[in-house]
Design a protein around this ligand. Structure first.
Ligand SMILES: Cc1cc2nc3c(=O)[nH]c(=O)nc-3n(C[C@H](O)[C@H](O)[C@H](O)COP(=O)(O)OP(=O)(O)OC[C@H]3O[C@@H](n4cnc5c(N)ncnc54)[C@H](O)[C@@H]3O)c2cc1C
Length: 426
């Protein structure tokens, strides 16, 4: 473009793609998001998000909606099997919900109206923003001055669009990455996260005491469960209407009948990575409730058994060797670059950080070398940390102090991390 403005095509319209779109439009660049989901908005993608420093910094910088975005937890604490607090540390952490983050970004990006927030007015300097759903990107072609992107809709319609730069924000099973780095595999880690939410107003006083405005954990051999409060319906942060969100990691060996059972839905369909909310088979879930009663503290048992729409995520590992391809015409961000294990509580922060530092590079505020070292350093270092934390938690029998240490290490703000040379090598 003659005025120095570029057209970025962003593949993937989840939190990473929207973050990139918002950061680039602020610089005046035009963006088009292509999202394969056949409906105009993504629904039921997740539950709670620990909003790390980069997530908060992102919203501070790019969110123009005036409303609270998180619930603050004031303490981290660990329970024993009987439900007694055995260790606690005072510490503020901010927790939000996937849907609130998503609707805020959509309101800001392309003016999607929702009960979550008012749509803010745009600035005359904003780049053009286009969000297209039902666009499954299937191929790309390098051009002299950009990239041509090919898509297909669910009804078989086909199309193409030209980009100066293509941003692959298409998640841990990224199509863009599989085209450019086909050797990269997404690998099952040997355990799943059983997840759900329960309204805070529907639990016992003992459970409220354990989870309200606290980030609470329990570990035993092969098990880790944690819970915290998140915004409630339509993103409300009003006390009494918020949700308790839990993540319950438990081992299901690869190829085992137990894994097949939990990942086969009520209609008999086998899911590989995610069992969406509302589809869990009732017999399989009843078995998990029974196991929960046998091994979890009473407060955790209560919320696991009370959740109405559990969902299951197989924990996986994936890491791309690079984030820049075709001489910079294609860039990967977020989960497409590195799929972290959830213990790191860093996936949304990675997406936010990658978008912000990409915008700084595009604007000329940071050098190419610094952009590469910071993006790759975060991806490689935190990906490795997640593997180690997860394996120590699920496959070793360690004293609680070791898990507390791991959690404290994972809470170090990104700016204070010192990446080793192997992580930042370019
Ligand atoms: C079921 C689920 C639950 C989650 N829950 C949480 C949570 O509770 N807390 C949390 O912190 N994080 C959660 N995450 C992770 C979090 O959503 C991501 O880390 C964050 O959104 C940043 O990832 P991303 O945008 O890079 O990739 P993703 O969120 O994986 O998004 C990738 C997007 O790309 C789209 N896409 C993929 N291939 C194509 C293609 N070929 N063409 C067009 N579009 C394509 C997908 O439909 C998807 O919308 C969850 C993820 C999933 C899948």
């Amino acid at each position: 473009m003659s005025d120095g403005k570029k057209h970025f095509v962003i593949v993937g319209g989840s939190l990473g793609g929207l973050a990139a779109g918002l950061a680039l439009r602020e610089l005046g660049h035009d963006t088009t998001i292509l999202e394969r989901n056949p409906t105009p908005v993504l629904e039921h993608q997740g539950a709670g998000i620990v909003a790390g420093g980069d997530t908060l910094a992102f919203f501070q910088k790019y969110n123009r909606c005036d409303r609270p975005i998180a619930v603050t937890s004031h303490r981290r604490q660990y329970l024993d099997r009987d439900g007694n607090v055995t260790h606690k540390e005072d510490m503020d952490q901010n927790m939000t919900s996937w849907d609130l983050a998503y609707y805020l970004m959509r309101a800001n990006y392309d003016g999607v109206e929702s009960p979550y927030c008012k749509v803010p007015t745009g600035k005359p300097t904003d780049g053009k923003t286009v969000h297209l759903h039902d666009r499954n990107v299937t191929a790309i072609k390098e051009l002299d001055d950009g990239v041509e992107v090919f898509w297909k809709s669910s009804s078989g319609e086909e199309g193409r669009i030209q980009a100066d730069v293509l941003v692959g924000a298409d998640g841990p099973s990224s199509t863009i990455r599989s085209i450019l780095a086909p050797e990269v595999q997404r690998v099952y880690a040997g355990y799943c996260a059983l997840r759900g939410t329960v309204p805070e107003g529907e639990v016992s006083a003992v459970a409220r005491e354990a989870f309200c405005e606290k980030f609470t954990f329990f570990h035993c051999r092969g098990v880790q469960i944690l819970a915290y409060l998140i915004p409630g319906p339509d993103g409300t942060v009003e006390p009494g209407r918020r949700l308790i969100n839990f993540v319950y990691y438990t081992n299901f060996p690869e190829g085992s009948p137990e894994l097949a059972e939990i990942m086969t839905d009520k209609h008999g369909k086998r899911h590989r990575i995610t069992m969406p909310p509302g589809l869990t088979d009732s017999t399989a879930w009843e078995k998990q409730r029974r196991i929960a009663r046998e091994r979890l503290p009473p407060q955790f048992t209560e919320i696991v058994c009370a959740t109405r729409k559990p969902f299951v995520q197989a924990v996986t590992d994936v890491l791309s060797p690079d984030h820049e391809f075709l001489g910079g015409k294609v860039v990967l961000i977020g989960d497409a670059l590195a799929g972290f294990r959830p213990h790191t509580v860093a996936s949304t922060s990675q997406a936010a950080f990658d978008a912000m530092v990409l915008a700084d590079y595009v604007e000329g505020k940071v050098s190419r070398e610094r952009w590469k070292r910071e993006t790759l350093g975060f991806a490689r270092y935190i990906q490795k940390r997640g593997v180690e934390m997860g394996n120590r938690s699920q496959f070793e029998d360690l004293p609680l102090g070791e898990h507390i240490h791991d959690r404290n290490v994972a809470s170090v703000p990104r700016e204070k991390e010192v990446y080793p040379d192997w992580a930042t090598a370019i």
